[in-house]
Write a protein that binds this ligand. Structure first.
Ligand SMILES: [Zn+2]
Length: 439
């Protein structure tokens, strides 16, 4: 047995333990995962549940994991492979780009698979993962016909939903695959919640590619710039804010949303990097050294560091709000529910003696200058604005002030959501909710 075989076994055990820890695999019967070594074509897959006497996925060891060749012939001889091995092999055969697969039965996507529905294209963040997740219509079966149906429905996407069969995410490493699960669940949750209080409309049937306007990657090895102590502190501050997005639940998928801080003395703007840059795929892992630095006039000073696609939105806000030192762009659960419905959040429903609304702006393509202008204009007279079919932007003097406002805003959206739901939901109306909960 070669060293690389052991490494793939350990990697799969880490995948299964992470799936379990993050709630996607409550016990060993509720899904399975596999990884493929492209050099040898060998596939390492979950053991068949109940066959080695270990039932807790947290207790799986790499050495428990069976290895087979591309046709399913055993290379190891100690434990049987999971019954879904032929389905994994069929996907690997059809998709040379795929080297990791996870199959789970999560909560929110099930609300769609129960109806034999894929995920409608409703939120801008779907552009970053997949706008076209479809649902296999047949009952799961151990047949080549069924497996072909799954492969066809997955097509060139990263996720496929299966009627009575959970979801499969496929990608180029186990961490991306687990992030895709979080992504699909988060999107499904927001859509399902929005459907409870309103009518959900899709954005477009023809998804466009994500753009990053005004930025071109340049190889520049001179990393030793912007190393003054205050510059290092600002880079660390924007990295801390980026990590907080995921840690506080404002970026449930861990890959979307961004923050910016501005040094009001020098005018330098420090902005979240693209999560795809440098293989960093979760905002929780954001580091100071890779932050993007520009000024409010869009002059780029760190061309080696790819910014979030929304960077021109941050600088547009800084231009229109000279007082603002920090910006937080979120994809949190409750703000997104109102954003999906393009609905202003009625503040008279939240029990704090307030009137007026948190305004929601109409949908604009992510990364474009149209979005930048609409959001910057929306923030001239307000520190909060919802982005239609996207998320929310909150500004403050400092990162902590903007984060504190974000916490209030998410709670305000949650309270308004439940006031409308408890007053009758989508079948009711805002007027009925106000009658019940306002004043
Ligand atoms: Zn965004």
């Amino acid at each position: 047995m070669s060293y690389r075989m052991k490494l793939f076994q350990d990697e799969l055990a880490r995948c299964i333990q992470r799936l379990h820890k993050e709630g996607w695999l409550p016990n060993e019967n509720m899904g399975e995962a596999s990884v493929r070594d492209t050099e040898t074509g060998q596939v390492t897959i979950s053991i068949k549940p109940g066959t080695i006497g270990v039932t807790d996925p947290a207790a799986y060891f790499g050495s428990d994991m069976p290895i087979v060749d591309a046709d399913g012939n055993y290379i190891t001889h100690h434990a049987p492979a999971h019954d879904n091995l032929p389905l994994h092999l069929a996907i690997y055969k059809a998709r040379p780009d795929v080297t990791a697969i996870a199959h789970v039965y999560p909560l929110w996507t099930t609300l769609f698979t129960n109806k034999k529905q894929g995920l409608p294209f409703v939120l801008a963040e779907q552009l970053e993962a997949s706008c076209n997740v479809t649902c296999v219509q047949s009952e799961p079966a151990d047949t080549d016909e069924y497996r072909q149906e799954v492969v066809d429905a997955l097509a060139d996407q990263i996720c496929v939903m299966m009627y009575n069969g959970g979801i499969i995410c496929a990608g180029n490493n186990v961490d991306n695959v687990i992030n895709y699960i979080a992504w699909m669940e988060s999107v499904a949750e927001k859509i399902a919640l929005a459907e409870l209080i309103g009518e959900v409309k899709t954005i477009t049937a023809d998804p466009i590619d994500l753009v990053t306007e005004g930025y071109e990657y340049t190889v520049d090895t001179n990393y030793k710039t912007y190393q003054d102590y205050d510059q290092i502190l600002f880079k660390e501050e924007v990295a801390r804010g980026t990590r907080m997005l995921n840690e506080k639940g404002y970026s449930p998928s861990g890959e979307s949303g961004d923050v910016a801080v501005r040094d009001l003395k020098t005018g330098l703007c420090y902005i979240s990097g693209s999560p795809a840059w440098c293989f960093q795929k979760n905002l929780r892992d954001a580091r100071g050294w890779e932050r993007f630095i520009c000024d409010a006039q869009d002059n780029i000073f760190t061309p080696y560091s790819e910014p979030t696609c929304e960077w021109i939105m941050h600088t547009a806000i800084f231009r229109k709000r000279p007082d603002v030192g920090a910006i937080v762009q979120t994809h949190g659960r409750w703000a997104s529910v109102f954003a999906i419905l393009e609905m202003d959040v009625p503040l008279d429903l939240i029990g704090e003696g307030l009137t007026g609304v948190i305004p929601c702006t109409p949908y604009q393509s992510a990364g474009g200058s149209g979005l930048a202008e609409v959001i910057a204009d929306g923030l001239i007279d307000s520190d909060y604005v919802l982005m239609g079919h996207h998320g929310a932007v909150i500004v403050g003097k400092t990162m902590d002030e903007a984060m504190a406002k974000t916490a209030w805003m998410e709670k305000a959206c949650e309270k308004a959501f439940y006031a409308i739901l408890c007053a009758g939901g989508a079948k009711s109306s805002l007027a009925k909710a106000r009658e019940t909960y306002s004043k």
